[in-house]
Design a protein around this ligand. Structure first.
Ligand code: BGC
Length: 393
């Protein structure tokens, strides 16, 4: 039995490069072209053209909100050169959501950068925060009237580490100093964006979407506790410590938990392999981790939205239970005092999963990439039943 407040939002999320198709002017498109071992995103789910059909499906599946990202490279073609046609396109996208009665969460940066920005140093450049803020100001002026909440940056720590330490995403560096520099610039970019948005659209709440991992000590030992706390400080809290009081809400992207064990001298920190159920990607399915993270992030005393939570399950066998158990976890956190205002399943559609290509299937709605046909999976109706029941009570 779901017992959220009547205005609790239920929706799903997407990001531009992962579903729109043909995002030819960003650094990811170039990265895919330069790495022949990667599957290119090409048309992805062609959501750029099929957004109306997709949003009608979302509405019919009971959703009351949707989170999407804008593709910066479509909007700012080169340094300071604005593309009005792209802005008009995104106006139509947001108007369509409004017409269907869905609340609109708009992400301004979700992992991709315009090529011109990447070529001028990307987030390593001292000019990056101001470049980002200038784009944000432009968007706020032209689209602000259609937005219900702004998400400035999606998962800054994931972006900084995967792109500047793990070499898996553009620009493919492995340098800890770069990670730190990029993180600081993203934090400055967020703060500048926050101020600009508060100025131009004062009534629209602003936050980030923060990937949070539940770090669990492997044993009651002090060392394991310390290890888990240290991880959590760096991964879950660091960005908030760099950005202070510039969050009207906390957006949480939750996927899994990690069990931490610290051993020996000098101490070696290990993640203990998960022995429970895993998704198609081998990620632990651990709803109790979501509950833990929601309670942990309540320290900021801000409303919380689960801005992403989802599972890769190509045959859909795990998704229904995943949704049920994670919504129950939200409910438990809520009854223990966390102020949670909405839940966005990741993802509405099957997505281009970055360096993993199209194989992982996260969608409530399956996409046949040969025909671009959409088919809501049985789990989409599990989610719908939860939403319908909540609406009825
Ligand atoms: C990212 C998404 C991604 C999802 C699943 C999240 O961390 O924001 O872009 O598709 O994880 O891998």
């Amino acid at each position: 039995m779901v017992r959220f407040p009547p205005n609790f939002l239920y929706g799903a999320a997407t990001s531009a490069h992962q579903v729109e198709g043909n995002t030819v002017l960003n650094d990811w498109w170039k990265w895919e072209a330069d790495h022949h071992d990667l599957v290119p995103s090409r048309m992805a789910a062609d959501h750029y053209n099929k957004f109306r059909e997709d949003f009608i499906l979302a509405r019919d599946l009971g959703h009351t909100a949707h989170r999407l990202s804008l593709e910066w490279s479509r909007i700012e073609l080169s340094d300071g050169e604005w593309n009005r046609a792209a802005v008009e396109h995104y106006r139509s996208v947001l108007e369509e959501l409004k017409r269907l009665g869905l609340c609109r969460f708009v992400t301004l940066h979700h992992f991709t950068n315009p090529l011109w920005f990447a070529r001028s140093g990307g987030w390593m450049s001292g000019e990056a925060p101001e470049h980002f803020a200038r784009y944000v100001r432009f968007i706020a002026q032209y689209l602000g009237d259609l937005v219900d909440a702004w998400v400035t940056i999606n998962e800054p720590i994931v972006y900084a580490t995967v792109s500047y330490w793990q070499k898996r995403w553009p620009p493919g560096h492995r340098n800890i100093v770069h990670v730190e520099r990029v993180l600081r610039h993203m934090a400055q970019g967020h703060v500048l964006a926050y101020r600009a948005l508060k100025n131009i659209t004062p009534h629209v709440p602003v936050g980030i979407a923060k990937h949070c991992i539940a770090y669990v000590p492997n044993s009651p030992s002090k060392l394991d506790h310390l290890g888990a706390k240290a991880h959590s400080w760096w991964f879950n809290h660091r960005f908030f410590s760099l950005t202070g009081n510039t969050h009207d809400f906390i957006g949480i992207n939750y996927y899994f938990r990690k069990q931490i064990h610290v051993q020996g001298i000098p101490p070696l920190i290990r993640t203990i392999p998960w022995t429970g159920t895993v998704s198609d990607l081998g990620w632990p399915i651990a709803p109790q981790g979501l509950e833990a993270v929601l309670r942990e992030m309540s320290v900021y005393r801000r409303p919380i939205y689960v801005t992403e939570c989802g599972v890769a399950s190509a045959d859909d066998s795990q998704r229904g239970d995943f949704i049920r158990s994670h919504i129950r976890a939200v409910e438990r956190a809520q009854s223990n005092g966390a102020d949670i205002r909405g839940f966005f399943y990741w993802s509405l559609l099957d997505t281009f999963e970055w360096d993993l290509g199209f194989k992982p299937r996260f969608g409530l709605i399956g996409v046949d990439y040969a025909t671009q046909a959409r088919t809501p999976r049985p789990s989409a109706y599990v989610y719908k039943a939860i939403i319908d029941q909540a609406k009825a009570t």
